[in-house]
Design a binder for this molecule. Structure first.
Ligand SMILES: Cc1cc2nc3c(=O)[nH]c(=O)nc-3n(C[C@H](O)[C@H](O)[C@H](O)COP(=O)(O)OP(=O)(O)OC[C@H]3O[C@@H](n4cnc5c(N)ncnc54)[C@H](O)[C@@H]3O)c2cc1C
Length: 377
């Protein structure tokens, strides 16, 4: 019998934050159950033994937030470096700024527009397309930037990422992506940004190092569920459909595959993330990890570590991105409604809510869940 009053399923930022708060604030024992062989969920990072370069096992993770509570909380586990995220895209043999900004537009059209001239310029491009509605990602994007920019930078990338035509994807998926008429090249607009100087792997180790916390890795919650006390208070960040035995069918996900390679050059691409927007190129982007830590001595070494990222159908693969369509949204609502029938289980995180959350949103949500529980609500 695992005699714990508090049990946390999953050691990503959602589960680790709740476990850390229970131990540090309530001074109670807590059991963390993690299916994978390591803690940290999808934000986990580790150092490559051959190169000494730290890499993010599940894709580049940049911490950014305008929420002071979250920023103070995460900084209590590691200082952050001054990294500012910028994304570039290779298309047709040349490199452009992403998200689309004035530099992208001027370089693409070989013009020298001023910010106040952009709207009128793009309006002429947009008017060349007959758009019956702007409900799809394709039509919405064309209505903002015109067909040529859409076809160069959005169409092929979106096809690769989601595996379906951008005509079939709702516009909501692209609405959160910024589009700028100035030279601002910062990917995020959050007040605070950076990469933990000690690395994400070390942050999770520190979060879960409290003497009141016991972590079981390589352990599936469903294999040991019967060994837990019936009245244990459970915080579950696994998939919500699994909690209910997939009784209405499985939620669908997109997956990713990373192909790591050591390059015998000091700097392969000059930046941390390079998108490849053409449909003919099978991968979506290349990550070059050392650029995330310019403060480390390994930065100037004579080799580098890169990873090509491929998008995959999620069936039978590690789930990464929830699919934002009507079918899956209806299914998740059904599951979430039914999950309220378990009064001792609180469900959260990206698996539990079937939502794309950034790290700061995940931590903010976990802090709210903890505070609500602490106040007995
Ligand atoms: C490719 C990619 C890039 C991203 N980049 C950024 C970024 O730059 N900035 C940013 O802010 N956010 C980024 N994110 C989002 C970030 O990864 C999430 O916000 C974060 O991982 C959510 O944490 P979580 O705890 O909800 O889930 P996870 O990190 O997925 O953790 C859930 C954990 O639960 C475990 N688990 C599941 N089922 C069970 C079970 N039955 N038993 C035991 N354990 C179980 C899993 O193994 C996993 O470790 C990115 C996401 C992706 C996919």
């Amino acid at each position: 019998m695992l005699d714990y009053k508090f049990v946390v399923v999953g050691s990503g930022f959602w589960g680790s934050t709740i476990a850390e708060r229970i131990a540090s604030v309530l001074d109670e024992d807590v059991l963390v159950i993690e299916k994978r062989g390591h803690i940290g969920g999808n934000c986990y990072s580790e150092v490559c033994h051959q190169t000494g370069i730290e890499y993010h096992k599940y894709g580049t993770h940049i911490f950014h937030t305008s929420n002071r509570d979250v920023w103070d909380y995460i900084n209590s586990f590691s200082p952050f470096n001054a990294y500012r995220h910028q994304v570039l895209a290779t298309w047709n043999g040349a490199v452009y700024q992403m998200p689309i900004n004035l530099e992208t537009i001027n370089a693409f059209y070989k013009v020298n527009l001023r910010p106040y001239e952009v709207d009128a310029f793009l309006k002429k491009e947009v008017q060349k397309s007959d758009l019956p509605n702007v409900d799809s990602l394709e039509n919405y994007s064309i209505s903002k930037v015109g067909r040529p920019l859409y076809e160069a930078f959005i169409k092929g990338y979106t096809w690769k990422q989601w595996g379906i035509s951008p005509q079939k994807i709702p516009a909501t998926v692209v609405k959160r992506l910024p589009f700028r008429t100035n030279y601002n090249e910062s990917y995020y607009e959050s007040r605070w940004q950076g990469i933990p100087e000690t690395g994400y792997g070390a942050i999770f180790k520190k979060m879960l190092s409290h003497g009141r916390i016991r972590v079981l890795v390589n352990t599936d919650f469903f294999d040991i569920r019967n060994d837990l006390p019936e009245n244990a208070r459970i915080f579950y960040s696994g998939p919500v459909d699994r909690l209910l035995d997939f009784r209405y069918g499985k939620l669908e996900w997109r997956s990713l595959k990373f192909e790591q390679e050591i390059k015998n050059v000091s700097d392969f691409q000059g930046t941390s993330v390079m998108n490849y927007t053409e449909a003919e190129i099978p991968f979506n982007r290349i990550h070059e990890w050392k650029h995330l830590h310019p403060e480390r001595s390994v930065f100037s070494g004579d080799h580098t570590l890169i990873a090509r990222e491929y998008s995959l159908n999620g069936t039978g693969q590690e789930p990464f991105y929830p699919i934002n369509d009507k079918k899956n949204q209806a299914l998740v609502e059904k599951y979430q409604h039914e999950a309220t029938l378990f009064p001792n289980i609180t469900i959260g995180g990206r698996f539990g809510e079937y939502k794309y959350y950034d790290m700061h949103q995940t931590i903010a949500n976990a802090l709210t869940v903890f505070n609500t529980m602490k106040h007995g609500e």
